[in-house]
Each structure stands twice: as structure tokens, then as C-alpha cells.
Design a protein around this ligand. Sequence first.
Ligand code: GDP
Length: 436
Amino acid sequence: MPNRETIFALSSGAVPAGLAIVRISGEDVPAVLAALIGELPSSRQAVLRSIRSRNGLVLDTGLVLFFPAPHSFTGENVAELHLHGGRAVVDALYRELAEFPNLRPAAAGEFSRRAFESGKLDLIEVEGLADLIAAETEMQRRLAVEQSSGGLSSIYYGWSERLTRARALIEAELDFPDEEDVPGSVSDQVWADVSSLAEELASHLEQLEAGEIIRDGFKVVIAGRPNAGKSSLMNALAKRDVAIVTDIAGTTRDVLQVDLSVDGYLVKLYDTAGLRDTDEIVEREGIRRAEKIITEADLLIFVEDLSTVTATDEPPESAVLVGTKSDLPRRSMREYDLLISTEDGAGLDELRGLIVQRLKQKVHPQSMAIPSRARHREALARSLAALRASLLAPSRGLDLRAEDLRAAGDALGRVTGRVDVENLLDIIFGEFCIGK
Ligand code: GDP
């Protein structure tokens, strides 16, 4: 594309730091390098050079790399300048770069967007890269690596090829119904393959919940009456004071949340307002929020103070019923799944173990090549629906069934970004930080 602006950004972390890596991408990179270091270094080889302003002052000395198009991250000419990571050093280079016509600072995600536009990365890989940069737990990292390195995409490309082949065979049958080399049984083979493809897609889609839990976290919600010991439990599990603990009922009025890394998985722990009837307006809003998050929980821990006899609540069947304050004399006759005390620590290890066990019941991926976003779900579900439609009511005729296969292929193409996704790009690339 002629006259496309050349972009630059700090691609390493915040300064001050040991190093600051500034990345430049675009047509003008050779001219910029020639001006800054007096020559164009050999391709893809680090060279140590003084980086100078245009009136010859040394800005800094550091490693310089040049990646000529198309063999670069963006597919354009790319340079990396490894400077000392001081604020003034980076500022000086930025001022110098801004002097070049046709150069400007990059927007968030713009390098990745150029990589996508030049076909270096597909959308799944781009999303995987955003996830890899954001990954905080080991399992998030593994999921993101699989996605960013093309492992997940290759499944979709394989399916797309099978669909294309199926359509080609059907077209042949439509065009040459009586030809000898396209016997009727070809059609049977095609539909057998479409049917097994539908099964594969359906079981792939079933993995989405696991993918979402790995990516977005396993939601554990602590609920119960006021003063049951919810906030104390939250603090004990988080091993720090996240929530205010008092013996005044109704202290927690909003949903509090803390991230834990448990066995490499992200666990999102929520403490909620105590459930009771109240006229107090703020507390009522807190209870409304509590009820909402309870419905979204992957695991509900329903706590009850066993030292007081309260009206027995009936938590949902899937909830773990925990009796709290086991260090105090027991007055409740109820059967609990687990007894705990945040006072003496009893039962807390068991509760942690139980959270891990419940998590692993939901997430036991054979492979990390699994979908993990609502966007994937929508497109894959559409593809599956079209595949199933093509198998239903064969009497509708081959041309209509072939049309279903085309729709199934288009939906798959939207997942990888091979098919018209222009309207999604701003959302997807907006997730990135500047410099990526
Ligand atoms: P929440 O309203 O359900 O969040 O309950 P809190 O965590 O704020 O606890 C209410 C009161 O019970 C506070 O005074 C806590 O100190 C006390 N408490 C909480 N857990 C325990 C426990 O395991 N043993 C004893 N003895 N007291 C507890």
C-alpha cells in the first residue's frame, strides 16, 4: 500500500527499566535507520550502533535489528532499537522519530493489526497473542500459546478444507449427474463426512466452557446470611485482608472480588452481601448484586454459622454447604459438607482442595486447542447449525444442502478471520496495549 504511514512505539515494558525496545514498522524503516545509524544493518542480525540525531548528537548506544519485508512480525519493514530504558532516552528518540515525515506513534494493537492485514496472523492467533500478553496463570499461558501459534486455527482450516471438498463433489454431481466418474455413492461419502464433521464440531464446542474457565477464571462465590463468616473466609482464602470483617451484620454491601492462582488456574473469588430481608436501600442493592453473581457462579460456597441456630436456608443443590466457626460450640443440627474455622484454620485446606476438585471436574482438557471466547462460540454454533441443517431433510435437494455447507464454511471462516470480519477488527485490536 503506497504512502501508508510508518509507525513506532515502545514495545517493551514501562520505563525506567534496564532496556527499552522501540519497534518501527513501515515502508520508511530503511530511510529512518540510515538517518539514525548511518547505514542499513544486515537483515535480522543484531549490531551495536550509536543512534544519532540528525545534527549528529548521540542519543544512545544500543543493539539495532532490521527485518526487511515480508519476513517480519507485521510483514512490513521492521526495525527494533534496543535502548537503555530511561525515560529521557526514549523521549529523545521519540522526538527524533516524530521529525520524519510520514512517521507517527502507533495506536494500540496496530502492529498486530498490520500483521493480520498482511496475512501473517489470523484472528485466532491475534486473540491468542493478546491473551498471551495478558496471561497471569500457567494454564492461561498454555491456552494462549496453543492459540497464538496456530494450533487452534489448524483445526478450523482442516474443517474448512473438508467442507470445500464436500461442496466441490456436490457441485460435480449437480453439474454432471449422469457422468460415470462421479457415481451416486460419492454423495453418500460426502454426507457421511459432513455428519462426522458435525460430531467433531459439536464435541469441540463442548470444550468451550473449559476454555472460558481457563481464560476468564473459575468463579467461586461465597454466599450466606449476614455474619455467617463470608468475609473472614474470603480473607482466609486470599491470605490477605480483602474484605472488612466486623460483627455488624450487613457490612459487605457490594460484591468483592479477588483473583487467586490455584494449581495454575485462575480462580475468581467473590464475597457477597449477606442474604436477608432489609429495607436499607444500599444493602438491598448489594443483595440484588449478590443474587446475580450467585447465578453466574461456577461453584457456590454457601456458608452458615453453626454456632447460632438460624432459620435454615435452602441453598441450590449444586452448592457446597459449609458450616463456619467450628471453633465455637455447635448449636446447629444441620449436616454440612464441610466444617471450617477461620479462627483456628480448621477445614480450610479441605475447602481449597474441594475448589480444585470441582474446577477439574469442569476443566480436564485433552488438548489446549479449544475455543475460549464468546466470539468463537457464536461462529462455531452457527457453523454447526448449518451443518446439521444440511443433513436434515435430504429430500430438499442437493443445491439447498450445498448452500447450507457454504454457510457452515463461512461461519468457520469468520472464526479465523478468512471471511469478512471488518466490523470486528476494532473490537479485537482495541484489546491490545500500545507497542503490540
Ligand atoms: P460476613 O458478614 O458473613 O462477611 O461475616 P464476617 O466474616 O464479617 O464475620 C462476622 C463475625 O464472625 C466477625 O465478628 C468475625 O470475627 C466472626 N467470625 C468469622 N469467622 C469466624 C470463625 O471461624 N470463628 C469465630 N470464632 N468467629 C468468626
